[in-house]
Design a protein around this ligand. Structure first.
Ligand code: UDP
Length: 474
C-alpha cells in the first residue's frame, strides 16, 4: 500500500478558463467544501496511481480539494498478479465481455478477500471515525464493507459500465453486489450503468471531467509541441526546447523517448495525424483502428498517418492484458502490405516519469489533426474530452460516455456500430481529407468541453454528494 502525493491548486485558478458566470459558483463551492469538511479527511482508495482515467480523476480531485483546504488523501492498494487477473475479468464482464475463460466464484472471492484483508488493517488504522472513504472501481471494492462495519461513511465510485446487460454483466454484478450494498452512496458515470438493485437514494450520476491545468491539458505552443514530439522520437525535429510546466509551475525538460513500431524514421511534422491514445486494452480496440485505417487505405489515399499511442505495457500494474494487446497490434501491423504499414505507427510512452508521460500525450493530442476513440465499450473516455479541449474533432463509437461528449457532425463524427470498420474508415477519410471541416468541429468541441466537462462541474457534484453524507451519529 502506498500514498500518492498531489500538489494542491486553489480552485480559483480555474476561474479564468470558465465562462464568467461560473466564477461565483466555484467560490461558493470552495467555501461549502471547506465548511463541510473541517477536521475531516476524504480518503480515496484505488489500485493504480497512473495509466488510466481513474488516476487522472484522482489527481484532479485531490489537487482542488486540497487547494480548497479540505484534507484529502489517496492510497493505492497492493495486489498480486492473481488478484489483478480476477479484477480485470470483473472489469471486462461489467463491460459485457467475457475477457477470459475464468470463473467468478468462491475461489476468485478468496483471492480478492486475501488481498483486501492484507490492505485493510493498515487502512483502517489510519482512517478516523468522522472521515469519508471513496473506493474506486472493482479492485478495492472489498474494502467497502470493512469501512461500513467500522461506522465510517463510504462511497463506491464505479468508473465502468455498459448501456445494456447480458450474462456477463449479470455475473459480474452478482459477484460485486455483497461488497457494494453496504456503501452509503454509489456513483456512476451514466444512469444506464446503474444495476436495478442499487437504491435510487444512494445513486449519484457524476460524469467525469478534465483538469484544464494539468500537465496533460495545459496549452502548448506549436514549436513546443514539435520539440516534445521530436525529443520523444515521434516527429522529425531536433527536440530543442522540449519542455513543459509541471504542477509546481516549474519548467521541466522532456528527455524520455517513446518505443515506436514503424517503418523508417520520425514523421514529417506536416503529415496530418489520426491519433488514438488508450491503454492497450481490447475494449479500446486499437487493433480495429489499425485494421480499418489500413484496409480502408485511409493513409494511402489522404497522405495521413495513424498513431496508436499507449503507455509502456510493463508499467500499468492493474492491467495484465496490455502486453498481449500490444503484441497483437504489432503482429497485425507486421502483416500489413508495405504500403499500408508505412502509414501507421504504434507508440508506447514510458511511464517512469508521469509528468513527462503527460506532456508527451498532451503534445500528441495537440499535434493530431483528428482524434479517434473507437472503443467497443467505454465507461466515459477522458481521452475524448482531452482531445476536444485541445480543439480536435473526435471520431468515436456511439457508445457509453463517448456519445455524451461528441455531438455527431458538430464536434466530430460518431460511428453507430463500433464494429463497423468501413464506417470508421469513411469517417477518418472524411476528416483527414477536409482540414476546414475538421477545424470547425474542433472549435465546437473545445466549447462543448468548457460547458460540460471541466473540473468545476464534477467537483461541484462531488461536493454536494460528500456534504450530504453528514457525520456518523450526527
Ligand atoms: N493515458 C496516458 N498515457 C497513455 C495512455 C493513456 O496518460 O499512454 C491517459 C489518457 O490521457 C487519459 C487516461 O489515461 O487521461 C485514460 O482515461 P479514459 O477515461 O480515456 O480510459 P480508461 O483508461 O480509464 O479506460
Amino acid at each position: 500500500m502506498r500514498e500518492v502525493d498531489v500538489t494542491p491548486f486553489s480552485p480559483e485558478r480555474l476561474v479564468p478558463l470558465l465562462r464568467p458566470e461560473r466564477a461565483d459558483e466555484v467560490r461558493e463551492l470552495t467555501k461549502l467544501a471547506h465548511d463541510a469538511f473541517e477536521s475531516r479527511t476524504i480518503w480515496n482508495v484505488s489500485s493504480t496511481a497512473a495509466g488510466g482515467g481513474v488516476a487522472e480523476m484522482l489527481h484532479r480531485f485531490l489537487r482542488y480539494a486540497r487547494g480548497a483546504g479540505v484534507s484529502s488523501r489517496w492510497i493505492v492498494i497492493d495486489g498480486t498478479p492473481d488478484f489483478f487477473t480476477v479484477t480485470k475479468r470483473v472489469h471486462n464482464r461489467l463491460h459485457g465481455e467475457p475477457g477470459d475463460s475464468g470463473d467468478l466464484g468462491a475461489t476468485e472471492r478468496a483471492v480478492l478477500r486475501k488481498v483486501i484483508e492484507e490492505n485493510a488493517s493498515s487502512l483502517l488504522a489510519m482512517v478516523g471515525h468522522d472521515d469519508v472513504v471513496l473506493v474506486h472501481d472493482p479492485q478495492p471494492v472489498g474494502l467497502v464493507p470493512a469501512f461500513h462495519d467500522r461506522g465510517v461513511a463510504v462511497v463506491w465510485r464505479c468508473h465502468v459500465g455498459t448501456d445494456s446487460s447480458n450474462e456477463w454483466t449479470d455475473q459480474a454484478w452478482g459477484f460485486l453486489r455483497p461488497a457494494v450494498e453496504p456503501a452509503d452512496a454509489v456513483v456512476f458515470s451514466r444512469r444506464r450503468y446503474v444495476p436495478d438493485w442499487v437504491p435510487g437514494d444512494k445513486t449519484w450520476i457524476i460524469p467525469p471531467a478534465i483538469d484544464p491545468l494539468s500537465v496533460k491539458n495545459r496549452p502548448l505552443d506549436h514549436e513546443t509541441v514539435l520539440a516534445i514530439l521530436g525529443r520523444a522520437g515521434i516527429v522529425d525535429h531536433d527536440g530543442k526546447g522540449a519542455s513543459f510546466l509541471d504542477d509546481r509551475d516549474q519548467r521541466r525538460a522532456v528527455d524520455m523517448e517513446a518505443v515506436i513500431v514503424r517503418e523508417g524514421g520520425p514523421l514529417d511534422p506536416h503529415v496530418r495525424l489520426l491519433v488514438q491514445v488508450s491503454r492497450w486494452d481490447r475494449l479500446k480496440d486499437m487493433a480495429g483502428v489499425l485494421r480499418s485505417f489500413a484496409d480502408g487505405r485511409v493513409g494511402v489515399e489522404t497522405g495521413g498517418h495513424l498513431l496508436l499511442v499507449g503507455p509502456d505495457v510493463c508499467a500499468v500494474a492493474d492491467d495484465p492484458e496490455g502486453r498481449a494487446v500490444l503484441a497483437e497490434c504489432t503482429a497485425m501491423w507486421e502483416a500489413l502490405p508495405a504500403e499500408a504499414r508505412a502509414t501507421a505507427s504504434l507508440v508506447s510512452v514510458p511511464m517512469s516519469d508521469l509528468d513527462q508521460n503527460a506532456a508527451i500525450v498532451n503534445a500528441v493530442q495537440h499535434h493530431a489533426a483528428v482524434v479517434a476513440q473507437k472503443s467497443v465499450r467505454e465507461g466515459f473516455g477522458l481521452t475524448v474530452a482531452e482531445a476536444m479541449w485541445k480543439g480536435r474533432p473526435v471520431i468515436g463509437s456511439a457508445i457509453g460516455g463517448i456519445q455524451d461528449q461528441v455531438r455527431d457532425g458538430v464536434d466530430g463524427l460518431l460511428v453507430a456500430d463500433p464494429h463497423d470498420l468501413g464506417a470508421f474508415a469513411a469517417a477518418a477519410r472524411a476528416l483527414l481529407g477536409d482540414p476546414a471541416r475538421a477545424a470547425k468541429m474542433g472549435k465546437a468541441a473545445h466549447e462543448r468541453v468548457r460547458d460540460h466537462f471541466l473540473a468545476d462541474r464534477d467537483l461541484g457534484q462531488w461536493t454536494a454528494l460528500l456534504a450530504s453524507l453528514g457525520r456518523p451519529g450526527a
